[in-house]
Design a protein around this ligand. Structure first.
Ligand SMILES: NC(=O)c1ccc[n+]([C@@H]2O[C@H](COP(=O)([O-])OP(=O)(O)OC[C@H]3O[C@@H](n4cnc5c(N)ncnc54)[C@H](OP(=O)(O)O)[C@@H]3O)[C@@H](O)[C@H]2O)c1
Length: 298
């Protein structure tokens, strides 16, 4: 707290989720947040300060540079720790561990962490999230865990149409896909009113489970041309991603996402999102349609 003003720092502020959270916290009327904006200072934390819109206070935050985090977190009351999930588990765990260590040392009172839905335990990227949750629960700061489901925008990217056909290996599985914007709004609401959410773990998945056949119908409607769904194999998909020259950790990450959807592990709808938003979540199919029409991958 500086001069009676509550300081909220949002990490990952140049990422897609972080930018949307900042929009909400910085006073979007749609956010209808619990506290008056004048009572608090929202600070964007990022490795890329130049990418933050003018007028938003910014601090350089890079979890890979732990020595810099004492200054970054000085005076911060509440931290929204957006997962920095691109890397091998040991890299991600080191990042999140450094961030929480530094936040505790700086006296941050409450850490809100964007994790992964419980149904995501079959994904290769689950362990780093679960490690971070455990670290928060055994730490000294108050905490709230937001277990985010997979984005509808991500599903749009994972299911391209080629020659009128979707061949993504989703089997007959479905994903309880969730709009990134809804997750951002939920995170903004929670961090703005953190005491009400202390020690809570929320499951934030969508209310509409979407599978390959649903996407074929949707894409036919959007494009005006017939699109069919004929799932390929995980082996073919792994080969194709490997041939693209992705980083080694990315290939199993993507393949496990298809595999978990196809296995029926990510289709459970419901959870806490409606309660946190105070309204129905956005339709996953509508978000996918918007994403495809805008040509903007997740
Ligand atoms: N639920 C899902 O479907 C889904 C999909 C993809 C990813 N995710 C996870 O959710 C997070 C946020 O999603 P997003 O849509 O905003 O992804 P994004 O647009 O790719 O953003 C990646 C984020 O990681 C942060 N980051 C990376 N390395 C960092 C480091 N060394 N120190 C601090 N921050 C670091 C970036 O922060 P700056 O660039 O601002 O420093 C950025 O906010 C991702 O990082 C990932 O862990 C979830």
């Amino acid at each position: 707290m500086i001069g009676g003003i509550l300081m909220i720092l949002v990490t990952g502020a140049s990422g897609a989720l972080g930018r949307l959270v900042i929009d909400h916290l910085a006073g979007s009327p749609a956010a209808r947040l619990a506290e008056a904006p004048g009572d608090r200072l929202v600070v964007a934390g990022t490795r890329n300060p130049e990418s933050v819109p003018a007028g938003v206070p910014v601090r350089r935050v890079d979890f890979d540079d732990p020595a810099s985090l004492a200054d970054a977190f000085a005076g911060v009351d509440r931290l929204l720790l957006i997962s920095a999930g691109y890397g091998e588990d040991d890299e991600v765990i080191a990042r999140h561990g450094a961030a929480i260590d530094a936040a505790e040392k700086a006296g941050v009172g409450h850490i809100v962490y964007t994790s992964l839905s419980a149904d995501g335990d079959h994904l290769t990227y689950a362990p780093a999230h679960r490690w971070t949750e455990r670290r928060l629960r055994s730490g000294t700061a108050r905490w709230t865990i937001l277990r985010n489901g997979l984005y509808a925008e991500l599903l749009a990217t994972l299911t391209p149409v080629e020659d009128g056909r979707i061949t993504a290996p989703l089997g007959q599985g479905r994903l309880a896909a969730v709009a990134r914007r809804d997750l951002a709004e939920a995170a903004a609401r929670v961090v703005a009113d953190a005491a009400a959410h202390e020690g809570r773990t929320y499951e934030l998945v969508g209310e509409e489970a979407v599978g390959g056949a649903d996407l074929a119908v949707l894409y036919s409607r959007i494009t005006g041309a017939a699109v069919s769904y004929g799932p390929g194999t995980l082996a073919r998909t792994r080969e194709a991603f490997t041939a693209l020259g992705l980083a080694p950790f990315q290939v199993p990450m993507l393949v496990s996402t298809y595999s978990a959807i196809a296995g029926g592990f990510l289709g459970r709808t419901g959870g806490d999102l409606r309660t946190l938003l105070g309204r129905a979540p956005r339709s996953a199919l509508e978000v996918i349609a918007e994403t495809v029409q805008a040509g903007s991958p997740a």
